[in-house]
Design a protein around this ligand. Structure first.
Ligand code: FCB
Length: 448
């Protein structure tokens, strides 16, 4: 039920309402028209890393079906559409010469958005590094910054009609999961490697901003961060300190260098310890860039307590299951107050010009019954989170848009095709799309 409080128009008339998706999770067509493999194509070949051995080879076949899919976006009433560019489609050698067919694909996609009246929001990097660059060290190599600048330039020069950009998608996601925990591509588990990837990603996010500004002066430029309210399990000094340490990694690590504050420091000197391991850590000026907006992506809060056995961090998560709170199909806590708190927290930096929610959504165990998907839980989720967002706006946060994750069920990284986040259900055998009740709920809501 849409309460009288919650109306799309309450967010203002220029608000960007969109859905978001990414190249690796949706396009498929991994060896067509000159595209080379990405780290996700490679990683998915390893045994046991992705649920049911799923691969992104076909995904939603968005590469061929984008016209119909954009019609769905339009039919559901959205005015904006966020997607990412596949680096290995544009530069199959990672660097060097651009692939005309790859460029033509994104030009068609952008033109199609405009012809439908959808504003394209384009992410330069959503986790799918060309495998050829991984073979040379990928994000752990200092050369990545040169490769990334070249890639950003090629994109900026070829897609100048795009006026809304995001440089990176969740750098703390791909550095932590991909380089420290080994759960995502490229599957590395190395503290040293993680620290290098963090440093290089922090430089790349500012470099990307500078290049887009230089080539597309009228562009609205942002970058996205995952964020989670970190809640101490108790108010003992030990738990409070544990929460501060986790907060540093989950929320502060990439935004503070971008704002010109350098890497964050904490009372234990964790970052100092990192400095000693990574001599090239401090580049405060180069890591700074004045973004037009910050994209926040929120899925869950996290509750933590002190734990002496965990090296360096000395903290563990108290899982939602133990706390008996409402969760999604992935066990992620549903907590819209925490969403509001973390938005407030970022806004309080004072130096952020505008916030856009560039991803938010939930996976549930959806089923198609007689051509319908009754996903009431997802509708309730969006209602709760949008109410919280409206409170943020009323509190004075300057909000420019909200993008639901995601248009349609897709390749959810290590979860394979098991976690369904879409407003549209996809049958991965037939590619049949079925609009879920939540999709229709959005269509009605966007008219209010
Ligand atoms: C975010 C990712 C996005 C998607 C959602 C569920 O961290 O940016 O690609 O996987 O989580």
């Amino acid at each position: 039920m849409v309460t009288s409080e919650l109306k799309a128009s309450s967010f203002g008339k220029d608000f960007h309402w969109g859905v978001a998706l990414s190249a690796a999770q949706n396009e498929g067509a991994v060896s067509e028209d000159g595209r080379s493999p990405s780290i996700w194509d490679q990683f998915a070949r390893r045994k046991g890393v992705i649920k049911k051995g799923a691969r992104p080879t076909v995904a939603c076949d968005f590469y061929h079906r984008y016209r119909d899919d954009l019609l769905l976006v339009k039919a559901l009433g959205f005015n904006s559409f966020r997607f990412s560019i596949s680096w290995s489609r544009i530069l199959p050698d990672g660097s060097g010469k651009a692939n005309a067919e790859g460029i033509a694909f994104y030009q068609r996609l952008v033109d199609e958005c405009y012809s439908l009246g959808l504003t394209p929001f384009v992410t330069l990097y959503h986790w799918d590094l060309p495998q050829v660059l991984q073979a040379e060290g990928g994000w752990e190599s200092p050369l990545i910054n040169r490769w990334f600048r070249h890639y950003a330039k090629v994109c900026a020069k070829n897609f100048g009609s795009v006026k809304h950009w995001l440089v990176l998608n969740e750098p703390s996601g791909f550095t932590t999961l991909g380089h420290m925990l080994g759960m995502h591509a490229p599957g590395r588990r190395s503290l040293e490697g993680f620290l290098k990837s963090v440093h290089h990603a922090a430089l790349a996010q500012a470099d990307g901003g500078r290049i887009l500004r230089q080539y597309i002066p009228d562009a609205v430029i942002g970058t996205s961060f995952s964020c989670s309210e970190v809640i101490p399990f108790s108010d003992t000094p030990a738990d409070l300190a544990a929460a501060r340490r986790i907060d540093l990694f989950m929320n502060r690590l990439f935004v503070e260098p971008l704002l010109g504050k350098g890497f964050p420091e904490d009372d234990r000197g964790i970052v100092d310890k990192m400095n000693r391991k990574n001599k090239s850590w401090k580049f405060a000026e180069q890591m700074q860039f004045d973004m037009d907006f910050i994209g926040l992506q929120n899925y869950f809060p996290i509750v933590v307590k002190h734990h002496s056995f965990i090296p360096l961090i000395q903290a563990v998560e108290v899982k939602p299951k133990e706390r008996k709170v409402p969760v999604t199909a992935l066990g992620w806590e549903i907590n819209a107050d925490a969403f509001q708190h973390i938005i407030r927290r970022f806004w309080k930096y004072g130096a952020i010009k505008e916030i856009m929610i560039t991803e938010n959504g939930a996976a549930f165990k959806d089923q198609v019954l007689q051509g319908k998907v009754h996903d009431q839980e997802r509708i309730s989720y969006f209602q709760l989170y949008l109410q919280a967002l409206l409170k943020s706006k009323r509190e004075g946060v300057k909000l420019g848009g909200y993008f639901a994750w995601t248009l349609m069920d897709n390749f959810e990284w290590a979860e394979g095709y098991e976690a369904r986040f879409g407003l549209v259900h996809v049958d991965f055998k037939t590619q049949l799309r079925t609009v879920k009740d939540s999709g229709f709920w959005w269509r009605d809501f966007l008219k209010t």
